[in-house]
Design a protein around this ligand. Structure first.
Ligand code: K7E
Ligand code: CUA
Length: 763
């Protein structure tokens, strides 16, 4: 074993030697190009996206995961997937929906008492400070049930889900105001506010849309429903929203696609919704003064629906909060330009994109220059009084994203399967590129902020048809990376997405994200607070209160403490487990066989698995992450005694008997191992390791392990002094286990120093 350590220490150099030798005899670039049929252009695209081992990405994308109820996180330009963040859906790897702590979040996400096991995520929004992305929080909506999830980017975990008390359907969320004061959530299909009933024959009178402004409490990192409000809107089938910024800060914009207020009914011989909802040439863009609405709400001029404050349409009209502007047929995306001066709308059934001028809109509002009112009395501004430009782009313009170059916007063309690059100030098309196929949203880097970063654009395509190796009738979707740094758009990469339909995605510079490496000791990650039942090594215990058994447990490479838990049939058992590791990425899992339990315990985290021991038997629990060479040994037994079982007092029969020889052999091995560890320690401390925070934390971890080793050593020696060779040998073995872990961490630190150019220091 000692020899293996030495080998491990010096193996790295040998491996590099071999790799170089192989490289010399490998295929040439020309040969590879010929063999794989690659063009010069392909090579350029590859060079622009390829990320060598150990390399990092410049941008991080948070993509909606559609029907998965999750969010997908990936890097740009490599398009490597980094994580799925589960929001509305249980996800076992991360223990989400399996530990008691996260079950509370999913419990609070019930709608009308109903537990939902999925969500339809559409629009992620990153938190903003002064109109720029700050990398702290992420919000996402569920279209199928009107909900918003709040994710902390400190650990990429869902912290909160709020259920809209008045809507039955939503779509125009999540969009944030420039300082994340509010998260906007607009209705989609009209309903009776409060999810009530009215006959469809009274659609015009009883059905409504609405837009909700969820107050975000930045200090708490949570939406505060107690400071949130909604505005009642006509049943026009509201769609997407966007918040104004700079010049238009304080206003928000929500479009709609069925101002006809059509109710279908094919079964009764009526033309379907699709015919009735696209009959008129225009729908309505809602222009809303949310700053003023906030004052109206604070002044108490609201109606309570399901205990939620709603500003009625009449109050909104009286107070001058809402205006309508005609917008071309069945619009979809509505996006405010980085300077806040323009609002760009794509009309799905129009070939043009329409650019509205905020200045013109304000002029009409100030001069009360209206074309009339809608059937509910809301002032309507004439399109010609608000329009800056209309530009013919192609078929099916949907969504818009802004470039870092002034006046440049990209619009997805669903029907044409193209992306148009155009100038919204001058109103002219600059370039077009074909994508494969049927693009929905598109995302440019920080493309919704006041300072877009440009460089890359991703086309989020609905269909992939024939692009990838076939995997049956259900195809993956396709995210296509496009280089937008030059005058012409250049397609770089296709990424199949087997998760759910991508709607919108949000992209941020990677350097703005500063996630944790480990939790503060004993953190409940679902609240971010200290877990009341977290214990440190040495404090582990089992407590019984009637038929409730609580196991205060720790997990560290490679054992749980305690390892044997005995309960009675019918008991409720809670395993509250703290991962007491400090080492980066040393996550443990926890599963109890046949009981449907899986926890993810990242370093420092505390989580609870709760079961009812309703089946007598002996069930193993084990760690579900391959955490060390002795991972398989990270196990224990839950013994569930049958009702009325009578104890029989036999002592534990050892499987193996140890002698003084065994003890001496083990201790000799340990002493030799210690020499290797000492060499590594000398190597590290002989360098400027304190300049590398990564290494400093590894050294702390190794020191922890060595302290445990010293403790086990004392126990071994005490037993040896009593000539208890059984325990002496076993504790000596445990002493060695801690040494192995310390050596493993030491080697990681040494490799890190070697790779990062550490220098020798004076000793
Ligand atoms: Cu799919 Cu924004 Cu919900 Cu368009 S939406 S594509
Ligand atoms: Cu812990 Cu495997």
């Amino acid at each position: 074993m000692v020899r293996n350590f030495r080998k491990g220490l010096f193996a790295t150099t040998a491996v590099f030697g071999v790799a170089t030798a192989l490289g010399a005899s490998a295929e040439t670039l020309d040969e590879v190009m010929a063999r794989r049929g690659l063009t010069q252009q392909d090579l350029v695209a590859a060079a622009k996206t390829y990320t060598p081992t150990g390399g990092r990405d410049e941008f991080i994308v948070f993509s909606s995961g559609g029907q998965s109820g999750q969010i997908m996180v990936y890097g740009v330009p490599s398009m490597r997937i980094l994580k799925y963040v589960s929001v509305f859906t249980p996800e076992p790897w991360q223990g989400y929906g399996f530990d008691e702590e996260s079950k509370k979040i999913l419990d609070s996400a019930k709608v009308d008492g109903r537990e939902l096991h999925w969500g339809d995520t559409h629009h992620p929004a990153l938190s903003e400070t002064n109109g720029d992305l700050d990398g702290e929080y992420l919000f996402i909506n569920d279209k199928s049930a009107p909900r918003i999830g709040v994710i902390s980017l400190h650990d990429f975990e869902t912290q909160q889900i709020v259920v809209n008390p008045i809507l039955q359907s939503e779509h125009g969320g999540a969009f944030v105001t420039p300082n994340s004061e509010y998260v906007i959530e607009a209705a989609q299909y009209p309903g009776v506010l409060g999810r009530g009933y009215a006959p469809l024959s009274q659609f015009n009178e009883k059905f409504r849309g609405a837009v909700t402004y969820w107050k975000f409490d930045r200090a708490a990192g949570r939406i505060d429903p107690k400071q949130s409000f909604a505005i009642e809107l006509p049943p026009y089938s509201q769609d997407l929203s966007d918040a104004g910024k700079l010049d238009s800060d304080g206003w928000s914009f929500t479009n709609s696609f069925c101002a006809e207020r059509y109710v279908g009914g094919i079964e009764n011989g009526r033309p379907p919704f699709e015919a009735g909802c696209s009959q008129n040439d225009t729908d309505y863009l809602h222009v809303i003064n949310w700053k003023k609405a906030e004052e109206v709400y604070k002044a108490g001029k609201v109606t309570m629906i399901n205990d939620f404050p709603v500003i009625s349409m009449q109050t909104a009209i009286d107070e001058g909060l809402v205006y309508l502007i005609a917008e071309p047929k069945s619009p979809h995306g509505v996006d405010v330009s980085p300077d806040g001066k323009y609002i760009v709308v794509g009309g799905k059934l129009d070939t043009q994109a329409s650019v509205y001028s905020f200045e013109k809109i304000m002029k009409a509002v100030d001069e009360k220059k209206f074309a009339g009112t809608d059937p509910y009395g809301i002032p309507v501004i004439a399109m010609e009084d608000a329009l800056h430009k209309q530009v013919a782009l192609g078929l099916g313009p949907l969504h818009n994203q802004f470039d870092s170059k002034p006046c440049v916007v990209y619009t997805s063309l669903y029907v044409d399967s193209q992306i148009a690059k155009w100038d919204y100030c001058e109103g002219k098309v600059l370039d077009k590129i074909s994508i494969h196929y049927n693009v929905g949203h598109l995302v440019a880097m920080e493309g919704e902020s006041e300072h877009p970063a440009g460089k890359y654009l991703i086309s989020l395509n609905k269909l992939s048809i024939d692009r990838f190796n076939p995997v049956g009738p259900l195809h993956p979707q396709n995210h296509q990376l496009i280089d937008i740094s030059g005058d012409k758009m250049e397609l770089l990469y296709d990424m199949p997405v087997p998760l759910g339909e991508p709607h919108y995605a949000a992209a941020i510079s990677a350097d703005k994200l500063k996630p944790l490496v480990r939790y503060k000791y004993g953190t409940d990650s679902r609240t971010g607070e200290k877990h009341p039942d977290a214990v440190r090594p040495g404090q582990e215990r089992i407590e019984r209160d009637g038929t409730n058994v609580k196991v205060y447990m720790t997990a560290i490479r490679s054992h749980f403490t305690p390892e044997i838990v005995e309960v009675n049939e019918g008991d409720t058992v809670e395993f509250v487990i703290t991962n007491s590791e400090r080492a980066e990425d040393e996550t443990h899992g926890f599963s109890v066989s046949t009981y449907g339990v899986n926890l993810s315990l990242e370093p420092g985290k505390t989580a609870t698995a709760k079961i009812t021991a309703d089946k007598p038997g002996v069930f193993s629990y084990y760690c579900t992450e391959f955490c060390s060479a002795l991972h398989l040994e990270m196990t224990g037994f839950l013994a569930v005694k049958p009702k009325g079982y009578v104890e029989d007092q036999t002592a534990m029969a050892e499987g193996q008997q140890y002698t003084k020889d065994d003890y001496d052999k083990q201790t000799a091995n340990n002493v030799a191992t210690q020499e290797v560890i000492d060499q590594v320690v000398t190597y590290i401390t002989g360098r400027n390791y304190q300049d590398f925070p990564e290494v400093v934390s590894l050294v702390e971890d190794a020191t922890d392990q060595l302290n445990f080793a010293a403790d086990a050593k004392t126990k071994a020696e005490d037993a040896a002094a009593k000539e208890d060779w059984q325990n002496a040998t076993l504790w000596a073995g445990q002493w060695w286990q801690y040494q192995v872990k310390a050596a493993d961490i030491g080697l990681r630190a040494k490799t890190y120093l070697d790779e990062h150019g550490a220098v020798k220091t004076e000793q």
